[in-house]
Write a protein that binds this ligand. Structure first.
Ligand SMILES: Cc1cc2nc3c(=O)[nH]c(=O)nc-3n(C[C@H](O)[C@H](O)[C@H](O)COP(=O)(O)O)c2cc1C
Length: 186
């Protein structure tokens, strides 16, 4: 079956927004990708899932590298701009610069990196797989930094910031769970 965009079941997912920077045949570019996930500690690997008609795809195909800039809570406008047009038609980096957003040169890759993101990772593309209607690209992290800003959350087609932390269960509940885990050990 399909799980289309906007479907009530699709809308239950909560994701980060990865702002994917690249610099290749389509020039310096940035796109928004909610399908950006950390999938390995050692080595550090990040997977992104993008469309073959994205300028970002052409850039990564040409250079085998990309930047992951995890959108911070105060950068939702960057996500809307990066996700709102294609790099072959619009110089989105120039639009963002004119709005006052700043970039720095990647240390290990040729793409620009977004200043003030919650996390920045410079990646070398090590694997590519067509999965359904998108292509998954695995990036090995070459360089990464984080700052104290919270990451933006994306859910139900809207941007959110994380709110209340869920409190731990009462100690008697924790003890009961431990007992049950012991009892049901295989
Ligand atoms: C919040 C948000 C999340 C998005 N997530 C994805 C994604 O995970 N994969 C994808 O292919 N497109 C995603 N898009 C759409 C792309 O960002 C959009 O197609 C963009 O124009 C591609 O840019 P490019 O052609 O310059 O690479 C998302 C858009 C927004 C606004």
């Amino acid at each position: 079956m399909d799980l289309p965009w906007g479907d009530e079941r699709t809308r239950k997912f909560i994701t980060n927004v990865g702002l994917i920077t690249s610099n290749g045949p389509k020039g310096q570019n940035i796109m928004a990708a909610e399908w950006t996930h950390h999938i390995s500690y050692s080595p550090g690997l990040i997977i992104i899932n993008i469309h073959t008609n994205d300028a970002t795809y052409e850039n990564i195909k040409g250079t085998k590298e990309f930047g992951v800039n995890l959108c911070a809570v105060d950068q939702n406008i960057v996500s809307s701009i990066a996700g709102g047009s294609h790099g072959q038609n619009v110089d989105k980096i120039a639009v963002l610069k004119e709005l006052g957003y700043e970039f720095y040169a990647g240390k290990k890759i040729k793409a620009l990196m977004l200043k003030g993101a919650a996390m920045n990772a410079e990646c070398k593309a090590v694997k590519k797989m067509t999965l359904g209607d998108h292509v998954a690209i695995v990036g090995e992290v070459l360089e990464a930094t984080a700052n104290d800003k919270a990451p933006l959350a994306y859910h139900d087609g809207k941007y959110w910031k994380l709110g209340e932390q869920i409190s731990k269960p009462q100690q008697d509940k924790i003890d009961k769970i431990k007992q049950l885990v012991e009892k049901h050990k295989k």
